[in-house]
Design a protein around this ligand. Sequence first.
Ligand code: NAD
Length: 294
Amino acid sequence: MAVVAFVGLGNMGGPMAANLAKAGHDVKGFDLSQDALTKLEEAGGKAFGSVAEAVKGADVVVTMLPAGKHVREVYAGEDGILANINSGATLIDSSTIDVQSARDVAKIAEQAGMKMVDAPVSGGVGGAAAGTLTFMVGGSDEAFAAAKPFLDIMGKTIVHAGGAGNGQAAKICNNMMLGIQMISVCEAFALAEKLGLDHQKLYDISSTASGQCWSLTSYCPVPGPVETSPANNEYKPGFAAAMMLKDLKLAQEASGAVNAQTPLGAAADELYSAFCDAGNGNVDFSGIINKLRG
Ligand code: NAD
């Protein structure tokens, strides 16, 4: 069994670390929140007072942090991971961050003799607790092979998307599609309402016709057709609008950096910005139908 350091024990990192401990690994954790550290100990891990202490002697480090600036600081800062970890360790960053930060940190890690992957996830808090996350992984073949046994414990589907940063690229491209598709489904239902077309009828037709997509068939934004969708639960998340907006902004940032044309991604960013600015950041992202109804 390995010594695994885990930094960032929040809503996602907490249950992911708990699954590693449950699988028998020696999990050493650090988070800025005392509450998160207490939960780690309850789950069988050991809490430490700093990044440096947590990663000392670890074979593997997993990080699950809010954004690129936290990842840069925790890896490359003076008391960070790279200054304190044994050469040859495997580093897994599962945070959702900008592609450039992922590539920059991977490069520094590689120069220091580490194997590093970016491995953002989809599947949310439920998937983290159940160990059924999907990991989109960027890094060398060697780094992927070293990380895979640990990703297998925390997830169900593990996809190697290419070199460093490609896990983040896959995540933001996927979520840009998702945001655009959700808006398209919401617009169609809002128009159908005004045209006197019943929700269930539109669902029955489009779910087996060319308008079919995940936002319709698994996450329908109106109550009724899909029992498990947040629309049947007062739009409680689910996947919060603020998290969708974060991913859309990362997609726009990446798009600008490589001069890609993403006009619908830009429109989705604008619509979710306005929705969140109106106090709906904690509403499920399918709740944007209420804004689109006007
Ligand atoms: P969270 O805010 O619950 O957890 C982040 C944790 O990082 C917090 O406990 C915070 O105290 C800790 N932290 C921040 N800076 C730190 C530092 N310097 N050292 C140690 N700990 C530090 O967020 P989350 O929901 O767990 O999300 C984590 C990442 O996963 C984000 O990048 C998010 O975009 C991504 N993600 C979240 C979900 C979801 O459904 N929550 C789904 C997919 C991906």
